[in-house]
Each structure stands twice: as structure tokens, then as C-alpha cells.
Design a binder for this molecule. Structure first.
Ligand code: SF4
Ligand code: SF4
Length: 165
């Protein structure tokens, strides 16, 4: 599989999976879809993902991501066709992470300020969702571009953690 096919395979695993069996957005007002205090918000696109948005849906915008060299950030207007969600939205509030040759689903540190589900840890989420994030990660880590992207993202989140304590 090439990088684009790998991305599509990872997305296919997550397509109908959600963090809870019910709509978690009902309790938080879909907080992760709202712009942040800067009015921006946005989700990092995985390698080749921008090509999936050609033509770009009207409510989506893509711009360089200041926090990630060569990264692209997708911003939206708080609503989307579920089938068009970027992979970062499908994985949220978790991220796959490979350590010592094993991929696990870990909490996405960026979600701590937004997502009430993270307080209860990974164990508080639907096991089916956690499995899907892990499986999607196993697929992504087979591709050098996605591996490099995830490693860079985790390095950045670790640095952020060290900075904030
Ligand atoms: S912020 Fe968390 S609880 Fe709210 S919609 Fe997003 S994933 Fe669900
Ligand atoms: S693209 Fe869709 S799922 Fe992702 S933040 Fe925007 S509205 Fe929410």
C-alpha cells in the first residue's frame, strides 16, 4: 500500500466507530468541533490527506500548521458530513502510539482542555473504539510517511507536556 492507500485503510477501520456507544457530543456540546479561544481550532491532516479534499468542501479550509513543519491544518465551521471527517477527528480524543514495537491507543494531550471523556482515561471509552484506534495505528505505522508524522506529533506533545509540567 502507498501512503494514500494506508490513510484510507486507517480511516476505513474508524469509519463507524465512536468514543462512546452514544453520542458523546450531547454532553459537551460537541466541544471538539468548536473553534478554540483564538477562533481557529483545527485538525492536523495526515500525509496525503489534503488530496482527499480536492475539491475542498465549502465549510473546510486548509492552511499551513504553525506548530508542525510542513504540516497542514484543516479548519471547519463546526459541522461536517461525517464521511468527510479528517482522520484526526476520527481518532480524537485518542492517538495511536508505537512504543517498543507495540501500538497502543493513548490519550491525546491536546484534548485535556476540551474533552470531558479523558478524565476517566482510556478505560472509560468504548472498547470497540479503543481497538479501532489501535488497529488504525497499526496500519499507519507500516507507512514511513505516517510513521514520521506520528513520531513528530508525539515528540511535540511530549515537549509540550515537559513545558507545562
Ligand atoms: S469533546 Fe470529547 S466528549 Fe465532546 S464530542 Fe468531542 S470526543 Fe465527544
Ligand atoms: S471536521 Fe467535522 S468532526 Fe472535525 S472538527 Fe470539524 S465538524 Fe468536527
Amino acid at each position: 500500500m502507498d501512503t494514500r492507500q494506508t490513510l484510507r485503510a486507517a480511516k476505513a477501520v474508524l469509519r463507524d466507530r465512536t468514543p462512546l456507544c452514544t453520542d458523546c457530543g450531547r454532553t459537551c456540546g460537541h466541544a471538539c468541533c468548536l473553534p478554540d479561544e483564538t477562533g481557529r481550532g483545527g485538525m492536523l491532516l495526515f500525509p496525503t490527506e489534503a488530496e482527499e479534499y480536492e475539491p475542498l468542501p465549502r465549510s473546510f479550509h486548509i492552511a499551513p500548521a504553525p506548530e508542525m513543519p510542513e504540516g497542514l491544518l484543516l479548519t471547519c465551521e463546526g459541522r461536517c458530513d461525517r464521511r468527510m471527517r479528517p482522520l484526526s477527528c476520527m481518532l480524537f480524543p485518542l492517538l495511536p502510539r508505537e512504543k517498543e514495537g507495540r501500538v497502543r491507543a493513548v490519550r491525546d494531550r491536546r484534548g485535556f482542555y476540551v474533552c470531558p471523556l479523558l478524565e476517566s482515561g482510556v478505560g472509560g471509552l468504548s472498547p470497540d473504539f479503543v481497538r479501532a484506534v489501535t488497529e488504525a495505528g497499526e496500519i499507519l505505522y507500516t507507512d514511513p510517511a505516517h510513521r514520521a508524522f506520528l513520531e513528530a506529533l508525539h515528540r511535540q506533545l511530549d515537549a509540550w507536556k515537559d513545558l507545562l509540567g
